[in-house]
Design a protein around this ligand. Structure first.
Ligand code: HEM
Length: 131
């Protein structure tokens, strides 16, 4: 039976994920990170009306992109996503701290952490819209 292109691509993609990416590690980062964010009154209100399972899935994809740099992030652009939220520098720094702490708690290898913090710094200007 001939395989569809989709089937072949998916198989290749899954193989790439299995070989290159620690999916369990990504899952624990997402869990630890949103637990911190949702329990921090400085920023938890932003997520009150957000579908968290969808959010977690998007963030996991972002993590794969930011940590491994091989997957193109398919979500909406950072700027468009955060534009109407009026995020301040303080709120950004708070979320950034939770992200970095989550990577440490989940024992992400140091070289990946360095790349990740560069990525976060590069999107900072797109996310903050309020001084
Ligand atoms: C480095 C910093 C950040 C990164 C990498 C990041 C990443 C993301 C990603 C990947 C999404 C999902 C986009 C999609 O729907 O495809 C998202 C959405 C969202 N982010 Fe961020 N974010 C950051 C900072 C922040 C901060 C500082 C806040 C609030 C204080 C915030 C609040 C939100 C909210 C509320 C949404 C949901 C928007 C919606 O669905 O309407 N984010 N973010």
């Amino acid at each position: 039976m001939t395989k569809s292109l989709n089937e072949v691509t998916n198989k290749k993609y899954m193989k790439f994920l299995e070989e290159s990416i620690d999916l369990k590690m990504l899952d624990s980062i997402v869990t630890v990170f949103y637990d911190k964010v949702l329990n921090d009154e400085k920023v938890s209100h932003f997520f009150k009306n957000i579908d968290m399972s969808r959010q977690e899935a998007s963030f996991k994809l972002f993590l794969a992109y930011a940590l491994y740099g091989k997957i193109t992030y398919q979500g909406k652009f950072m700027k468009a996503v955060h534009a109407d939220l009026n995020i301040t520098v303080d709120q950004f720094n708070c979320v950034e701290m939770h992200m970095m702490d989550s990577l440490t708690l989940c024992k992400v290898p140091e070289d990946l952490v360095i790349g990740f913090s560069k990525m976060v710094a590069s999107v900072k200007g797109h996310i903050i819209s309020h001084s």
